[in-house]
Design a protein around this ligand. Structure first.
Ligand code: VGL
Ligand code: ZN
Length: 185
């Protein structure tokens, strides 16, 4: 069975937010369109305490319960099956959805017999990449939906470089239009 993972589509990673991917909001209509192709939809959110060593590296962002930590307002929440929270401690971890602290994602996916994981969201170089590399380590067949991920691009080309790293690690790069519809809904 296949599952969709939506990483950190939060206000702070979108234009106007604290740590924006310049085109971050553009993933929202793509993700809304593909959600019906999945029987299992999982989201993650960066969910930091107000004081965290994480903010020695980054501007303050996605503080738990703040507006910046909310999902982008246009993201369709009606099909979410599981919501993960990560980066919840005073530490610099939580880049990967597999580090969520409210549920063990790897064990959950195995229990649900997920073998193919389709990853979307923000941001390509950090949380998407770390999530995809962990998914590969867990042995999941892992797909990066390239028109549904966006990077911060602090240096031009960072997004493409991260896509290449994920592909070299064994991830499949696909377009949203190539995802099979086998849900029998
Ligand atoms: C992220 C930097 C710091 C991300 C989170 O979601 O990609 N990036 N915290
Ligand atoms: Zn963060």
């Amino acid at each position: 069975m296949k599952a969709l993972l939506i990483v950190d589509v939060q206000n702070d990673f979108c234009p106007g937010g604290a740590l924006p991917a310049p085109d971050g909001d553009q993933v929202v209509p793509v993700i809304n369109r593909i959600m019906p192709l999945f029987n299992l939809v999982i989201t993650s959110r960066d969910w930091h305490p107000a004081n965290s060593v994480h903010f020695e590296k980054w501007p303050s962002h996605c503080v738990a319960k703040s507006r910046g930590a909310d999902y982008h307002p246009d993201l369709d929440r009606s099909q979410f099956d599981l919501e993960l929270l990560k980066g919840t401690r005073d530490s610099d971890d939580g880049y990967s959805a597999f580090e969520a602290t409210n549920i063990h994602l790897g064990a959950f996916l195995r229990q649900k017999n997920v073998d193919q994981l389709f990853v979307t969201g923000l941001t390509t170089e950090y949380c998407v990449k770390n999530t995809v590399l962990d998914a590969l380590d867990y042995g999941f067949s892992t797909f990066v939906v390239t028109d549904a991920v966006k990077g911060v691009n602090a240096s031009p080309g960072d997004h493409e470089k991260a896509l290449k790293e994920m592909e070299e690690a064994g991830a499949h790069l696909i377009l949203s239009s190539e995802i099979p519809d086998d849900t029998c809904n």
